[in-house]
Design a binder for this molecule. Structure first.
Ligand code: ASP
Length: 325
């Protein structure tokens, strides 16, 4: 009985630790928006997209289930999609006009508004990890080109020969876009992957990674590495990741605008995303957004025919979608 005070102390310590973590989490992902129509998709292709989205969600789920943070989940979920040739990010990146692969990525933490990004990198296997390193190990928010690669090397990230990013499918897309006689589809032009997370500590994070747009010229950078355009997270409101025609997303500051609508207009996350997509449509821009708010509410909105997307929640609720409803 002498140990009773100790047992009680341990009991209350455990109770307060429990109070800090709700145990509730939500992960939302996208793998790009565009003219994704069932009639153009083979059953095998659809199965492989669904399987990869499912795999990515479950990698995040096991991280968060074991007490991992939103940043860990965002980074590792995006790795799965970056390492797959199915998506326009990492291994499946599209080609520039000159036949290179130039990758962009960014990440943001909603608890402290810390952010990191890399743009126009040619030899970093997982640009999302480089973005996280920029956030955590540098005094800057965005590094580009050779400097970003140099930094990634110094951080011991996985550096690959640029030929790692070559895929026949993306090369064909470039040739189609450059040949006036052939008809490229929207999926020949772009894509992108993204992940937003609410973890069980109540923190939000967002990440986005892309090869940009096929046939891009002159070191063009899209919205994906631009904090506030392609990516944004704020614990007060939501975490957002975008995909689509980047120039429009930069001009509308889409990700930050969704958060601002929630903060200043007291709007919910779904309405804010829908309003933003309406703004995009009114400028003739195309694309989609995913978001999660601080309560775990999910929004996945787009004005294209389809968007690879999905979510998983701590209660096991899972969804994967490709086409419009
Ligand atoms: N937003 C990307 C860019 O403009 C491409 C995409 O998401 O499809 O670089």
């Amino acid at each position: 009985m002498k140990q009773l005070p100790l047992i009680l102390a341990l009991f209350f310590a455990a109770l307060s630790l429990q109070a800090q973590t709700s145990g509730n989490y939500t992960i939302v992902i996208h793998g790009g928006a565009g003219t994704i129509l069932k009639k153009n998709m083979s059953p095998e292709k659809e199965v492989s997209y669904r399987a990869k989205l499912n795999e990515a969600l479950h990698v995040g789920d096991s991280i968060l289930k074991n007490g991992g943070t939103c940043l860990d989940a965002v980074e590792q979920v995006i790795h799965v999609m970056e390492d797959s040739p199915l998506f326009n990010a990492g291994k499946g990146a599209v080609f520039t006009h000159d036949g290179h692969n130039e990758l962009d990525a960014s990440i943001m933490h909603g608890a402290n508004l810390n952010a990191g990004a890399v743009a126009g990198v040619r030899d970093i296997r997982n640009p999302i990890s480089a973005a996280r390193m920029v956030m955590e190990k540098s005094a800057h928010v965005m590094l580009s080109g050779k400097g970003a690669s140099q930094f990634a090397k110094e951080q011991n990230l996985n550096i690959v020969d640029p030929s790692y990013f070559y895929t026949q499918k993306r090369w064909e897309s470039l040739k189609k876009l450059q040949d006036k006689r052939r008809k490229p589809t929207q999926s020949d032009k772009h894509g992108t992957v993204g992940c937003v997370v609410l973890d069980s500590y109540g923190n939000l994070a967002a990440g986005t990674s892309t090869g940009g747009m096929t046939n891009k010229k002159y070191g063009r950078i899209g919205d994906s590495p631009v904090i506030g355009a392609g990516t944004y997270a704020n614990n007060k409101t939501c975490a957002v990741s975008c995909t689509g025609h980047g120039e429009y997303f930069i001009r509308l500051a889409v990700a930050r605008d969704i958060s601002a609508q929630m903060e200043y207009l007291n709007q919910n996350v779904k309405t804010s995303c829908q309003d933003e997509i309406n703004k995009l449509t009114s400028l003739n821009g195309t694309g989609g957004v995913i978001a999660v708010d601080k309560k775990g509410n999910v929004a996945m909105e787009f004005n294209t025919a389809g968007m690879y997307r999905g979510y998983i929640k701590s209660n096991g609720e899972t969804y994967i979608g490709i086409y419009g409803e």
